[in-house]
Design a protein around this ligand. Structure first.
Ligand code: GDP
Ligand code: MG
Length: 594
């Protein structure tokens, strides 16, 4: 049987999932009756957020001009946090549908994804979706696609995924324009692991694309990077439900089940081959997931610690790119320092935790991973600000820089440039996509991006600006660790890393905020911000003069009781810093301001 392997790349909401549904329906892979909307997004959370988090693969059969084809649609995650997974998925395809909304036009993710597809030498089929919209502007969008992506306007396929227009044409184009996979059935087995997920009954399910050779049910396989060997207990394809088969040959896409108990043992980008001397070479491009964003997660009530640990453990079985380790904080007690691929990944993990367990969470402001070269010549990788050594020990302080594509209506170019400059961005390029839209390219510290850049771009462009970014590497910068001291005691959870030029402003804001949240004590309380031993801001909570609690309005006894109860609960949440009692609420109000 002839095979075509392809993916759909698109900016979020341009209709990728809807188009996938239409293709499944048109090829008879699912009947209309079976068709639930957006079948590919089968995680409840994905459905809720309307985004595709994990790659999936579906295998369709279609007869075209008397010949039956196997059409494998590999669903790639659309978000930059999962860039590595996107690139592994693209490496399994020969072609890509580049889908653009007929009204929205080319957006930041469209461009970023199209470039990735080009880097992988995929045949690209430009598609304009949503032509049913009354305000569709397909001709202008076609011009944008020509200008920014080099698409030939005559080659653009116009469809409505929702109304099912143009789908037959599109399938014919896929068969005609996307080359069949190369690779030899007789060569040693060489297959790429492009995704995995966890089934409670079957363990790890490994998604593969066979590059060369054949894999058979019952045979022994070896993961070349992990160096582990397993027996193939079951294999097959998703049509769209798991459908077992006995062999998968060069060019095909499918799944393997090998009694693997944890996803930690399946590495995306790994190569499947046979044990021993017959093994093929490992495929190139393998790397480990890099955690770029860290935050502390604490149970808001100390006794939920073990519950939180269990919940995190369960989650990490399903998501090996998420990591956690115990952390103790003076301010927040026992909790965990957690590492994520990016901000969205962090949000997803947090939501899952809250949905799947009853733990009430306190999350500290996220920070990026820093690199420090010490005076002694060591390189430290820092995941939390309190681990940054004292200023005198630092030779070089490095932070991650990302290259941002920002697509905006031309009216907002000035506002966005100003914003990027404030965030220490360096302009790399600017390009017009058409008469009314432009793309700005900036290199910006990741720390500034995760702080609030996306929200700020949205708000200064009335929601029209879109942002996408890609890791560039680490660069030296004038960074400092700023500490917060309460009566001379450093509060670990409140240390932050920031640019030296921002330290004064941020320090003043934090001490002011914290002062307003600390109750008066019998003695004066000094709240200070400091870099090393140098104090940069100070506020004082003056000592208590009279007994404010004596002020009582009498009368309503139940109200008084409630008040007492509340005070008791409040007590529980108090943390001591030296001899100063600070409520958890006070810490949170500061932490949440970043
Ligand atoms: P994805 O984020 O790219 O997967 O986008 P979805 O498939 O979830 O679609 C985003 C929104 O656009 C949904 O509300 C769809 O119903 C809508 N949509 C998708 N395709 C079309 C189309 O052809 N016409 C119209 N009018 N709406 C569409
Ligand atoms: Mg989707």
């Amino acid at each position: 049987m002839q095979v075509r392997n392809f993916c759909i790349i698109a900016h979020i909401d341009h209709g990728k999932s809807t188009l996938a549904d239409r293709l499944l329906e048109f090829t008879g892979t699912v009947t209309k009756r079976e068709m639930k909307e957006q079948l590919l997004d089968d995680l409840a959370l994905e459905r809720q957020r309307g985004i595709t988090i994990k790659a999936r693969a579906v295998s369709m059969r279609y007869t075209y001009q008397g010949e039956t084809y196997e059409l494998n649609l590999i669903d790639t995650p659309g978000h930059v946090d999962f860039q590595y997974e996107v690139s592994r998925s693209l490496a399994c395809c020969e072609g890509a549908l580049l889908l653009v909304d007929a009204f929205q036009g080319v957006e930041a993710q469209t461009v970023a994804n199209a470039y990735s597809a080009m880097e992988h030498d995929l045949a690209i089929i430009p598609v304009i979706n949503k032509i049913d919209l009354t305000h569709a502007r397909p001709d202008e969008v076609a011009a944008e696609m020509e200008q920014s992506l080099g698409s030939d306007p005559d080659a653009i396929v116009k469809v409505s995924a929702k109304a099912g227009l143009g789908i037959e044409d599109l399938v014919a184009t896929i068969i005609e324009k996307i080359p069949p996979p190369s690779g030899s059935v007789d060569a040693p087995l060489q297959a790429m692991v492009f995704d995995s997920n966890y089934d409670d009954y079957r363990g790890a399910i490994t998604y593969i694309r066979v590059m060369n050779g054949t894999v058979r049910k019952g045979q022994k396989i070896r993961f070349l990077r992990a160096g582990t060997e397993h027996e193939v207990v079951e294999m097959g394809q998703f049509q769209p439900h798991r459908t077992a088969c006995d062999t998968l040959r060069a060019g095909q896409v499918g799944y393997l089940i090998c009694n693997i108990k944890s996803l930690k043992d399946v590495h995306i980008g790994d190569t499947v081959s046979v044990p021993g001397k017959q093994a093929a070479e490992a495929l190139t491009g393998y790397s480990r997931p890099k955690r770029m964003v860290y935050c502390g997660l604490f149970p808001s009530d100390g006794q939920d610690f073990s519950e939180l640990r269990d919940a995190l453990g369960k989650l990490s079985i399903n998501d090996p790119s998420f990591e956690f380790e115990p952390e103790t904080s003076d301010a927040l007690g026992f909790g965990f320092r957690c590492g994520f691929l990016g901000l969205l990944h962090m949000e997803i993990v947090q939501q899952r935790l809250e949905q799947e367990s009853d733990v009430d969470l306190v999350q500290t402001a996220p920070n990026v991973t820093y690199e420090i070269i010490t005076k002694r010549g060591e390189t430290l990788t820092i995941h939390k600000p309190q681990d940054v050594p004292d200023p005198g020990d630092i030779e070089e302080f490095r932070q991650p820089i990302v290259r941002c594509n920002i697509v905006v209506p031309t009216d907002y170019i000035g506002a966005v440039i100003k914003l990027c400059q404030e965030r220490r961005g360096i302009q790399y390029g600017q390009e017009y996509l058409g008469p009314t839209r432009a793309m700005l390219i900036y290199d910006i510290p990741l720390a500034e991006v995760i702080y609030d850049l996306h929200d700020k771009i949205k708000s200064c462009t009335r929601g029209y600006g879109t942002l996408d970014y890609e890791m560039q590497g680490y660069e030296a910068a004038d960074l400092v660790r700023m500490d917060i001291l309460v009566n001379g005691n450093r509060v670990d959870a409140l240390s932050v890393v920031c640019h030296r030029a921002d330290a004064d402003r941020r320090g003043r804001a934090v001490v002011k905020k914290l002062k307003s949240e600390i109750d008066r004590h019998m003695f004066e309380v000094a709240v200070q911000a400091a870099i090393g031993s140098r104090v940069i801001a100070r506020e004082t909570v003056s000592a208590m003069r009279k007994n404010v609690t004596a002020k009582c309005y009498g009368g309503d006894i139940t109200r008084k009781r409630k008040l007492l109860q509340k005070q008791k609960e409040g007590k529980k949440r108090m943390k001591a810093v030296g001899s100063v009692e600070i409520s958890q609420k006070a810490f949170m109000s500061v932490l949440s301001t970043g």
